[in-house]
Design a protein around this ligand. Sequence first.
Ligand SMILES: Cc1cc2nc3c(=O)[nH]c(=O)nc-3n(C[C@H](O)[C@H](O)[C@H](O)COP(=O)(O)OP(=O)(O)OC[C@H]3O[C@@H](n4cnc5c(N)ncnc54)[C@H](O)[C@@H]3O)c2cc1C
Length: 453
Amino acid sequence: MVERFDVVVVGAGTAGAFASYLLAKNGFRVALLESKSGQEIGVKTCGDGLGLHHVERISRHITPNPKVFQNKIEGVELISPDEKTRLVIKGEGYVLDRFAWGKWLVEEAVKAGAVLYEGHTATTPLVDNGAVVGVRAVERRTGSPKEFAAKVVVDASGSAAVLRSKLAGWPISEPLHPEDVSHAYREIVYVEEPLDSPQYIKIYLDMVTAPGGYWWIFPRSATMLNVGLGIWGILKQNPRTNYERYILPRFKIKGKYHIGGGFIPTRRPLKSLVGNGIVALGDAAAAVNPIHGGGIGQALLTAELASRAISKAFEAGDFSEKALWEYNLLYMREWGYRQAQLDVLRLMLQTLDNDDLNFGLSRKILNEDEIYHLAAKGTNISIVDKLRVMMQFIGRPALLKKLSTSIQYAKEIGDLYLAYPGERAELERWHSRVVDKYNEFREKIGLGPLPAE
Ligand SMILES: Cc1cc2nc3c(=O)[nH]c(=O)nc-3n(C[C@H](O)[C@H](O)[C@H](O)COP(=O)(O)OP(=O)(O)OC[C@H]3O[C@@H](n4cnc5c(N)ncnc54)[C@H](O)[C@@H]3O)c2cc1C
């Protein structure tokens, strides 16, 4: 039997649940398919950190249940590999009770009218005449196949991107290369000795413990800590091994609340987030901040922007790639260009060693405000002039040159994303300019050309 809806959303994580809420609230008939069974909904392996600006964004639509906020955060302590330098970067946010957050969002989607199909795993998009017209799924409990028909299908299935990845040849199907993912592992632990200043999350840069990434302590309280690490995917190292070898021995553990791993897309935006009858959101759209791997805020953002474009498509009665293209434009202008800038800086950081990082942080090559600006908002070209002056006084010209080159390229590549094409016909020409610019940059910092798609 075929179930018919206006929109079928696959994945009831942050992105899928929020999109379902917004669309159902707007009067559309929404099916929300989730692989997990009822009591598992909300479980997600994550660092659980969320900046205040993201909370403000969702609060424009719905007031979060206060129970979802576990710890109020005032900023970040950024710690050098030798642990001699500790920069304190102000910026408010929360460590979430992630289970409560996930459950709350799904409950709100259902209250708004979305129909939840828990324990349903989507397997393939249904394609007819070059357009996605629904999904095929399996009900896990019975093993019975089902079909869901819809005008628009939303892939919010997380980093596995189960639907868009099956649309070979469509721009939306761009695969994730190991260079563009981070392998992460984290535990939520109870510790005997209370952590100093639990109102600050701690980020440790250390290319031995977390090569091409970082390790973290995100406190849920002084004695309940989310501790984990992310490692650059291309290195093919198991993050759990490094966690057990380097991080765990630093704590006296009383007990463990939850353990788990996952992978995070940390890259430039996908070339397109839409196709005929389909859009991708959140991790399925690789919308994560490539510098720090935070993606909850981007899951909310993509849900909001895509819902806007989907509503317009319904007004026009047109669900083609052309009609949904608006989502690409909204995305690139609001976040995609900054994501691309941050991706350039991410690649540069991944080429540094502990010596570079100790030097850079201790000499404050970038001060706290500049680091905040770069990580949260994208590039700041005025830093290039400062670096030029610094080169004359503090040594390490090669490092400073690399940094200043990267900031310059981040600006140029960000500008290319701001000039994202208004229509599909121009996509390939635009994309080849992006690839050329990336390759020019990569050669300058000693990386090979972009991996082939
Ligand atoms: C270890 C780790 C630490 C992180 N730390 C942070 C952090 O501190 N702050 C931050 O902002 N971000 C962090 N992130 C990233 C963040 O968790 C994600 O970016 C965010 O949760 C993405 O939300 P989403 O809704 O797109 O995907 P998800 O939350 O992954 O949701 C996808 C949903 O789809 C379901 N699904 C998958 N396949 C199917 C299928 N075939 N059929 C039906 N349902 C399906 C899944 O069960 C899941 O519920 C971290 C990630 C990891 C792995």
